[in-house]
Design a protein around this ligand. Structure first.
Ligand code: SF4
Ligand code: SF4
Length: 380
């Protein structure tokens, strides 16, 4: 049975968050599995140096509340992530400072300072049989995945499954985008990472989520909930339901379902709490059906798919010509001309790293008119 629990929480007032977290964990057996002396690693979403109120990162108050509950059980707590960019003490310390991690330290957690890397061989993987990961995860006895619920350019939604991409050192992330260029291969790689690390618990900070141009330049949107589950797949299916997405809208959910890791619909979850009550009407998702499939149509179908695919596009009025997009692009598909990015459409693999890391939100996901019309006729 796929259990998910949901607890209402109106804002980030510390007592309210702690109360909601206890309420969310209780139906799942609480933290009874945590034994004194256990080292628990909290894999937060600290994607980049943005303040908590921008809603791109896991809010420190949620991490503080979890730290407090884990310490009550006698655990040692380490909080970490590998943001996009350099995986060095100097870079990650900047991210810690911006994202409010000082508070988490004050609550008794240690922030990860081990910036080493390790190699994994995973015979059970579907695609990622060998990969490089952040070594701090070997320093802990159990991992708790504490994600932020956000819209996402490539994967439609960023929640628990996508959060595990942060086990890949930031500097290597573009390589993985290049290695797994289409959304299904990328989703399968993410499922492999989740299956390798098997978080003991997954929690979504959906008190304030992000809609629109996510996962870093979108708009904060109050959802008012904390969700928790034993598996990241069940949690993500519930999160998708909250923001109005179905399993087929989210490549990681489709990939998880195909492996028997989650049901097809949120109605098949065993929900503790009122999921319908936290469903957000009109949540602005980037896209709801990014690729219309023409599998039986061979080369022609591929060409049509490419024509209909969403693409990155620059808003010249917002662009400040910093060149971050060009530096981030794993396919080297962006050249800067007259301080404006020019995208080579044939080289672009549509990973949306440029959109994710543009500091001004000037890079957006554009869906061709034909795709929008077709999607509408498919029931969007
Ligand atoms: S990262 Fe954004 S602001 Fe910077 S050049 Fe690219 S589009 Fe412009
Ligand atoms: S242009 Fe943007 S979406 Fe295309 S490959 Fe480069 S980073 Fe990815």
């Amino acid at each position: 049975m796929f259990d998910v629990s949901v607890a209402r929480c109106a804002d980030y007032a510390p007592e309210a968050v702690t109360r909601a977290l206890r309420a969310a964990l209780e139906p799942l057996g609480g933290l009874d599995w945590v034994k004194p002396g256990m080292r628990v690693g909290i894999k937060a979403n600290l994607v980049t140096f943005l303040k908590p109120e921008r809603a791109a990162t896991t809010h420190p108050t949620v991490l503080c509340a979890l730290t407090q509950l884990l310490r009550e059980r006698g655990a040692e707590v380490i909080v970490g992530d590998s943001p996009g960019g350099l995986y060095t003490a100097a870079y990650v310390n900047r991210v810690y400072a911006a994202t409010g991690m000082k508070l988490v330290e004050q609550a008794g957690a240690a922030l990860n300072r081990n910036f080493g890397e390790r190699q994994a061989s995973f015979a059970g993987a579907r695609v990622a049989r060998r990969f490089t990961y952040t070594a701090w995860l070997d320093d802990v006895d159990a991992i708790i995945d504490v994600c932020k619920l956000k819209s996402h350019g490539m994967m439609s939604m960023s929640a628990a499954v996508k959060n595990l991409f942060g086990v890949i050192p930031g500097t290597l992330k573009p390589e993985y985008h290049f290695q797994y260029p289409d959304e299904r291969a990328f989703a399968d790689m993410l499922i492999d990472l989740n299956e390798y690390f098997r978080p003991r618990l997954s929690i979504a900070d959906a008190i304030v989520g992000m809609e629109g141009n996510g996962p870093t330049a979108g708009t904060p949107r109050t959802i008012g909930a904390l969700l928790a589950a034993h598996t990241p797949y069940a949690l993500d299916l519930a999160c998708a339901e909250v923001i109005g997405l179905a399993m087929d809208d989210v490549p990681t959910l489709r990939a998880a379902h195909d492996r028997g890791l989650c049901p097809a619909t949120a109605a098949e979850l065993r929900v503790h709490g009122d999921l319908a009550a936290v469903r957000v009407e009109g949540f602005e998702n980037i896209l709801q059906r990014r690729g219309l499939r023409f599998q039986s149509a061979g080369v022609f179908g591929k060409a049509v798919e490419r024509l209909l695919a969403s693409k990155p596009g620059v808003d010249a009025d917002e662009c400040v010509g910093c060149g971050v997009c060009a530096k981030t692009c794993p396919a080297h598909a962006i050249a800067m001309r007259d301080r404006l990015p020019v995208i080579d459409r044939r080289a672009c693999i549509r990973c949306f790293c440029c959109q994710e890391f543009c500091p001004k939100g000037a890079m957006t996901v554009r869906r061709p008119l034909a795709a929008r019309l077709l999607n509408r006729s498919h029931g969007e």
